[in-house]
Design a protein around this ligand. Structure first.
Ligand code: HAS
Ligand code: CU
Length: 541
């Protein structure tokens, strides 16, 4: 690997950290609002609760995740293949394109001209620069895939007959899945939102836009999750002192994500009129199906961690868990992320069950769910990865392991309070995406719980500040040299046990498209043919 890979990863990570900082700050403001302290009238740039909420969502789930992934995953792929990225020019062009897109989107976002939430449902209408900017970011992710594919092909030409290393295989599967998934949002942007926001067409249609949005909006959660899984499968077992339990099972899990991630977006639209109930049922079943690759992951990763803990002297059915190297903040972050993700995953099944969804949809429950998944499984794992990656990239040892451990446990504890309270508030009927301190229908039982949202949110904010402080001091103050980064884990059952079909891409990609055509074809076709595009835009903020 060349210096270029290091600098590229550092550049992407820097943007990711800056946006996570903004996301954490706005998150604190919202948690405080729920607890009865509305700071928004006193903040300089942020005009309102809804402005803050939009910034929070966009910065955290769209920017932090995407930029971290586009830095981390190509870096790991290059390491796994033992060669630089095929085109450094393409890689840097991609970075600048994505950064340019981000800046373009950030101008109306910060200027309160795109206060449309991270889902930007029409008829809410943002400034065109917001849509164009986000589209450029998506185009950038396609270029990342292109570079990964070119790199992999060059590797294959140089090493004929060898099995693709697991991390590279997973990186390709993740970006292939995402590229297929992103076609929905690309169509929404290019055909609907961009011409509409530029005034080229007069009207739009909320239902078709929402269908296209969720075509991408569900699988995007696996675009965030799979890079965390890559770390859990390929690095964490070794960090725990053990081996990956099964390499073929890990590949199977990622191929299942490749084919099953996309055709199930209607589980976000169970309450939308204009979609036939039968198709909603099909998407519900497919959602239960995509649960399986996560169950495979649960089994495989727990078995791998167990092998590490037993090698360190762990005994018993469960007592081995205590023997994991808990003093390593990178591993501790990831294992705690896994623990909370177990609850996030179970909550996901509840969301996916049609009749239970009617109870929790659009309530604070969903906010509880998404903070366990993207807010912990993904974010806490990425923090854990940062604890070795940032020292490796800067060449300086982590400033303080103790502080990092404090940070990780504070996130875990803060999140338990925060997300559990939101789940309960949701069951009590409290709506999400609402400036709850201002509603005339405040319930006493909500009021009793809301201070816990403020408390949990404040602990999470403190934890994120400790994270940034540690990384900043690592870069600026720490002078001892960084240790070696974690090596890829060996496998108890290695790739040589994998059937050859797991090495082929075409059958899986074709299956993905067939399932999408079945699950979405009829509805999309009907909507495209009958939608009147006559809804005007609104600016309600
Ligand atoms: Fe979700 C809404 C269903 C996973 C994110 N989800 C959201 C939203 C977000 C989100 C952001 O069906 C809100 C969107 C909005 O703004 O409206 N979700 C699911 C299901 C899963 C799921 C079935 N979600 C995720 C992941 C996310 C994420 C992952 C981000 C990264 N979700 C829904 C539904 C809705 C929804 C509905 C719409 C609700 C509505 O009405 O609006 C599944 O993929 C979950 C599978 C996960 C598991 C857990 C496996 C556990 C593992 C950990 C291993 C543990 C170890 C440690 C090793 C089966 C792999 C344990 C150690 C021991 C010793 C035990
Ligand atoms: Cu979903």
């Amino acid at each position: 690997m060349t210096r270029s890979e290091h600098r590229l990863a550092a550049a992407f990570l820097l943007v990711a950290f800056v946006s996570l900082f903004g996301g954490a700050l706005t998150g604190l403001f919202q948690a405080l609002e729920h607890a009865g302290v509305d700071v928004h009238p006193h903040t300089p740039v942020i005009r309102s609760y809804y402005h803050s909420l939009t910034l929070h969502g966009v910065l955290n789930v769209l920017v932090w995740t995407t930029f971290f992934i586009c830095g981390f995953v190509p870096f790991l792929t290059a390491r796994a293949l033992g060669r630089p990225l095929a085109s450094a020019g393409l890689a840097w062009g991609t970075f600048w394109l994505m950064l340019g897109g981000l800046v373009l989107a950030a101008i109306p976002l910060l200027g309160n001209a795109a206060t449309v939430m991270f889902t930007f449902y029409p008829p809410l209408k943002a400034h065109w620069a917001f849509y164009v900017g986000l589209t450029l970011v998506v185009v950038g992710t396609w270029l990342v895939l292109l570079n990964l594919v070119l790199t992999w092909r060059a590797w294959r030409a140089a090493t004929p007959g060898a099995r693709t290393p697991l991390a590279a295989f997973m990186a390709l599967a993740t970006f292939a899945m995402w590229t297929i998934a992103s076609l929905g949002i690309a169509a929404e942007m290019l055909v609907m939102l961009i011409p509409w926001s530029l005034g080229l067409v007069a009207g739009t249609d909320p239902l078709l836009a929402r269908v296209l949005f969720w075509f991408t909006g569900h699988p995007i959660v696996y675009f965030w999750l799979l890079p965390a899984y890559i770390s859990w499968y390929t690095l964490a077992p070794r960090q725990a002192g053990g081996k990956l339990f099964s390499d073929p099972l890990a590949r199977t899990s990622f191929l299942l994500f490749l084919i099953l991630s996309t055709p199930l977006g209607f589980h976000h639209q169970y309450t939308d009129p204009g979609i036939h109930t039968g198709w909603k049922l099909v998407h519900a079943f497919l959602t239960f199906a995509v649960f399986f690759p996560s169950l495979l992951t649960f089994f495989n990763v727990v078995a791998s961690l167990e092998s590490g803990a037993r090698a360190r002297g762990g005994r018993g059915w469960f007592a081995w868990f205590a023997k994991l190297p808990w003093g390593d903040p990178s591993l501790a972050a990831q294992v705690l992320a896994m623990l909370l993700f177990t609850f996030g995953g179970i909550g996901g099944l509840i969301n996916a069950s049609y009749n239970l969804n009617l109870v929790v949809h659009n309530t604070a429950w969903i906010v509880g769910h998404l903070h366990l998944t993207v807010g912990t499984a993904v974010t806490l794992t990425f923090m854990g990865v940062s604890y070795w990656l940032v020292p490796h990239l800067t060449g300086h040892a982590l400033w303080s392991r103790r502080l990092a451990l404090w940070q990780v446990w504070l996130w875990f504890g803060g999140m338990i309070v925060f997300s559990n309270t939101l789940h309960r508030l949701g069951l009590l009927g409290m709506p999400r995406r609402t400036m709850i301190g201002a509603v005339p229908y405040m319930q006493p039982e909500w009021k009793a719980l809301l201070p816990l949202v403020g408390l949990g949110g404040a602990v999470l904010f403190l934890s994120s500040m400790l994270f940034f402080l540690n990384l900043l001091l690592t870069w600026a103050v720490s002078r001892s040299p960084a240790g070696v980064p974690p090596e890829f884990a060996e496998a108890l059952s290695g790739p040589e046990h994998a059937p050859a079909i797991l090495d082929r891409w075409r059958p899986w990609i074709v299956t993905a498209f067939v399932l999408i055509a079945v699950a979405y074809g009829p509805t999309l076709l009907r909507l495209a043919l009958t939608t009147p595009f006559n809804a005007p835009g609104f600016r309600v903020w």
